[in-house]
Design a binder for this molecule. Structure first.
Ligand code: G6P
Ligand code: ZN
Length: 543
């Protein structure tokens, strides 16, 4: 076994996006592609000698090969130890948990989250720092700069490690510990939620359907929901992680989790439905005949948080991404705690959580989490909901409606225009920015624009500024239209239009969402010229 130094040349475009470097599997399969990025990462980190790294992925195609490459490179850079999940598996929140618990220098997640997998699908790599959360932009930009100048990488020529056998192995001097991917995470959950109450709920006949979408969260959900909490066997469907996610699109929203939505609409629907994404950090909560919006879910968890043992002391504050609805703001106001508005991307919550400024965080993109780790956490959200239902009784729908009755309802929808030409998308955003000054004060189809801007965020902890984070039109009645381009796609550009309207009156809380937002939808198209510029008469995905 020796450590080799291999000459290489930069690959263009190794710039991490909203959540790590994501490319087609075939791009990652090019000789040296992953190696270059990992070397740039290790160069940016500096001296890793004696440190611990946590490593795991969502089990998608190319995961096992990539894990072996990273192990051999870590060994060449003097890491003392790598903790790797059995089978190369660690959900994103579980990796965050393991990094924190074992005092690792950081962790590498191999995942493209909710993007499809398989040989023609996507792959990705993301670095998390010692707090367990995604590396900040200043760091990922430094990695990107380094990737443009790289000339060699260092790698051991040691044999592949058996990822399926728990226990210790060696690569060069480095200890490789293959760990149970669920154990540390399950222990953390036991400390946060009332497992006895949830067990009693299932004991009393409560039924659940959790859709693992053939992605990473199946084994976690089976071990915790069925194994520990007594949900009937078979409550977790599509539970086995597959390299291509069974051909599905592991993004838990009503559009992709069709099987679950159909089950929840059937006459014999279970009491509670949920789904998670490729790497287990997203969640969707569904009741009989109702899909809870992620924005509402955050607000409801915040309002009821003290019913869960881990949050009995109350919340320091709440944070939400800018396009997430302002439902959480209403709860924060009632609790007299701050609600911080950040750009899209979980990494922006890290500083706020580390500084103790906020306890719960959430995003419209089906992400919810807290200060227990530094990632959003799909199964955590499911356990939180189960804890609330176990303590309060009643149905998901009843809990949501009671929340609206008290705080008002924020009708909310996101319209995605996927895979549009990048130049067209860029020009559309540019044109919007050019109109901002004229838009303020204008009345459009009955909506008067109170504020039109391009969202800019100053991190209250380190003072760093992130600008151009989305064009906002905020109306005098609080309604909002937000436009931004996705930072997670791998093909063309995706325009996201976020629509929100507040309704205080309970008698008006039961309109179909698209109908309730029809006026705003028309304004959004008119202002941005979406149909005219993209040739698309309708969004490709509506959630
Ligand atoms: C990932 C990130 C989230 C982000 C989401 C949507 O899941 O972890 O923090 O909200 O992507 O990003 P996008 O740029 O595609 O809207
Ligand atoms: Zn994810």
């Amino acid at each position: 076994m020796t450590i080799q130094t291999i000459p290489t040349q930069p690959f263009p475009g190794q710039r991490p996006g909203t959540s790590g470097l994501r490319k087609k599997v075939r791009v990652f399969q090019q000789p040296g592609y992953l190696e270059n990025f990992v070397q740039s990462l290790f160069d940016t980190l500096g001296d890793c000698a004696g440190q611990t790294l946590v490593l795991g992925g969502d089990g998608r195609y190319h995961n096992r090969a990539a894990i072996q490459t990273v192990l051999r490179m870590a060994a060449a850079h003097g890491y003392a130890k790598v903790l790797v999940g059995r089978g190369g598996i660690l959900s994103t929140p579980a990796l965050s948990c393991v990094v924190r618990k074992h005092g690792a220098l950081g962790g590498i997640v191999l995942s493209a989250s909710h993007n499809p997998g398989g040989p023609d699908g996507d792959f990705g790599i993301k670095y998390n720092i010692g707090n367990g959360g995604p590396a900040p932009e200043s760091f990922t930009e430094a990695v990107y700069r380094r990737s443009g100048a790289i000339e060699r990488y260092r790698i051991s020529d040691g044999a592949a490690v058996d990822l399926d056998r728990l226990g210790a192995a060696r690569c060069e001097q480095m200890l490789v510990e293959v760990i149970d991917p669920v154990a540390d995470y399950a222990e953390l959950m036991r400390g946060l939620f009332d497992f006895a109450a949830i067990r009693a709920l299932f004991g009393a006949g409560f039924t659940l359907c959790y859709d693992g979408m053939h992605a990473v969260s199946g084994p976690y959900a089976q071990a915790i929901l069925e194994g520990e909490l007594g949900a009937p066997a078979g409550s977790v469907i599509n539970a086995v992680p597959l390299e291509d996610f069974g051909g599905g699109h592991p993004d838990p929203n009503p559009a992709n989790a069709g099987e679950l939505i159909a089950r929840m609409a059937a006459p014999d629907a279970p009491d509670f439905g949920a789904a998670s994404d490729g790497d287990g950090d997203r969640n969707m909560i569904v009741g009989r005949g109702i899909a809870v919006t992620p924005s509402d879910s955050l607000a409801i968890l915040a309002a009821q948080a003290t019913l869960a043992p881990g949050y009995r002391k109350g919340l320091a504050g709440i944070a939400r991404s800018m396009p997430t609805s302002r439902a959480a703001d209403c709860v924060a106001a009632a609790l007299s705690i701050p609600c911080v508005e950040t750009p899209t991307g979980w990494k922006f919550f890290g500083n706020l959580l580390d500084a103790g400024l906020v306890t719960l965080c959430g995003e419209e993109s089906y992400g919810t989490g807290s200060d227990h780790v530094r990632e959003k956490d799909g199964l955590w959200a499911v356990l939180f909901w189960l804890n609330l239902l176990a303590v309060r009784g009643g149905s998901v729908a009843a809990l949501v409606e009671a929340h609206w009755a008290r705080y008002g309802r924020h009708y909310y929808s996101r319209h995605d225009y996927e895979d549009i030409d990048s130049d067209v998308a860029g020009a559309l955003m540019q044109a919007l920015r050019g109109q901002l000054a004229q838009l303020a004060g204008q009345t459009l189809d009955g909506y008067t624009v109170a504020l039109a801007d391009d969202f800019s965020y100053t991190d209250p902890v380190d003072g760093s500024v992130s600008s151009q984070q989305g064009v906002r039109l905020i109306m005098t009645d609080g309604a909002r239209i937000i436009y931004r381009l996705s930072g997670t796609g791998t093909e063309g550009a995706t325009l996201r239009v976020y629509l929100e309207r507040y309704e205080a009156e309970p008698a008006a809380h039961h309109l179909p969402t698209q109908q309730a937002l029809a006026g705003l939808i028309a304004v959004a198209d008119r202002v941005a010229g979406i149909a005219a510029r993209t040739g698309r008469g309708a969004p490709s995905v509506t959630t």
